[in-house]
Write a protein that binds this ligand. Structure first.
Ligand code: SAM
Ligand code: SF4
Length: 362
């Protein structure tokens, strides 16, 4: 069996069938994939891991994705919205600790007040960091004008997971209405790329109804789209969401975990110079989850720098790690773990996607 995995891994390009076979690799076979991904990472992006200080500044969301714990209709959580002072304090922490970049993430809100607020926060982050901090946004679907304004105000990376590139699977995990439209999400990704953002996407791995064919399709989608960054992790159920019910369709967490690692490894092998984030959800299944992702191709980590008292309320899924810690605790614990994974931290460096620059030279 490993024989055909070896043969496939020697190819320059993988077909859809190859990807499906690789995704189904067993415990012994997957080690070959992981080894090849580690080799590719060392050769093309090196051993440096870049930090993005993650500020989950609000769990207020206008949408109702079936899988997400902060969806609009979940009444069992305390909603919060950090004040500008609190956000800028977290930004200062990132700057003083040489994280070099921050990520602003929240539920999805589309209105003028929100747009204006983010625009002025971006300018303020640039001002207080002497233009030194890089800024990634993860604020969902917006109009082209809004994306442009935020780009002009200083954001240069945007993360918008497609969640699934299969319109059929997308429709199963979202309500059927105008605000959960697959084509709009795709159009948003195109707009972000056209404006000039380093554009990131990703999926959840191990969703109910998801097949290896779907994940192979996602890998091909990300390759064809020439994505610059990827953030992907396992799907983890949350009891206060509609998708908790088909829980009997879920594969065991350890299998979801390795399927996510295989997907990361394959993306590294195929898209050699993109940035890949080791998602926090990996750590919810395995305490060393993010470090294991670094060992199979990931090169970005997003340490959570949201003030500790709010973290429990940004529960997208059960078992979310580090919700009882402050930014300082995460920082020292992470550094040791990254060294254990054999990598070093690119303190003070943006660590932008090399793929982005290569694609713009074409
Ligand atoms: N609201 C924005 C959006 O949806 O793009 C940004 C924040 S949203 C919480 C960030 C990501 O969390 C989503 O793209 C989704 O993939 C992930 N997520 C939500 N619920 C999850 C779950 N139950 N398990 C794993 N990841 C989940
Ligand atoms: Fe809102 Fe994002 Fe969660 Fe969907 S995934 S409910 S848009 S926070």
């Amino acid at each position: 069996m490993s024989y055909d995995i070896k043969k496939i891994l020697e190819k320059e390009e993988f077909s859809r069938e190859d990807l499906i076979r690789l995704l189904s690799a067993d415990e012994k076979e997957r080690k070959l994939i992981y080894a090849k991904a580690a080799e590719t990472k060392a050769e093309h992006v090196g051993k440096k891991v870049y930090y993005r200080g993650l500020i989950e500044f609000s769990n207020i969301c206008g949408k109702n994705c079936y899988y997400c714990g902060i969806r609009r209709d979940n009444r069992n959580i305390r909603r919060y919205n950090l004040g500008d002072r609190e956000i800028l304090k977290a930004v200062e922490f990132a700057y003083n600790n040489r994280y070099a970049s921050v990520v602003l993430q929240s539920g999805e809100i589309e209105n003028k007040g929100f747009t204006d607020r983010i625009e002025s926060l971006l300018k303020e982050i640039k001002r207080i960091s002497n233009n030194e901090l890089g800024i990634t946004l993860s604020l969902g679907e917006q109009t082209g004008d809004v994306y442009q304004r935020w780009f002009d105000a200083g954001a240069h990376r945007y993360l918008l997971r497609i969640e699934s590139s299969s319109p059929e699977l997308y429709a199963k995990i979202h309500p059927d209405d105008n605000s959960h439209n697959f084509n709009r999400r795709l159009e948003c990704l195109r707009t972000l790329k056209n404006i000039g953002y380093q554009t990131g996407t990703g999926i959840m791995v191990g969703l109910p109804y998801q097949t290896p064919e779907d994940i192979a399709g996602d890998i091909l989608f990300m390759t064809d789209f020439e994505i610059d960054m990827v953030g992907l992790g396992p799907y983890i159920e949350h009891r206060d969401t509609p998708m908790f019910k088909p829980g009997n369709l879920l594969m065991p967490p350890a299998e979801r975990f390795h399927l996510a690692l295989k997907t990361i490894a394959l993306l590294r092998i195929i898209m050699k110079d993109i940035n890949i984030a080791a998602a926090t959800a990996l750590q919810a299944i395995d305490p060393m989850g993010r470090e294991k992702a670094l060992m199979v191709g990931a090169n970005v980590i997003m340490p959570n720098i949201t003030p500790g008292k709010y973290r429990d309320s940004y529960k997208l899924y059960e078992n979310k790690p580090c919700t009882d810690e402050e930014a300082e605790d995460c920082s020292s614990c992470l550094e040791a773990r990254i060294h254990m994974a054999g990598d070093e931290i690119g303190y003070g460096e943006w660590g932008d996607s090399k793929h982005f620059f290569r694609r713009n030279q074409k």
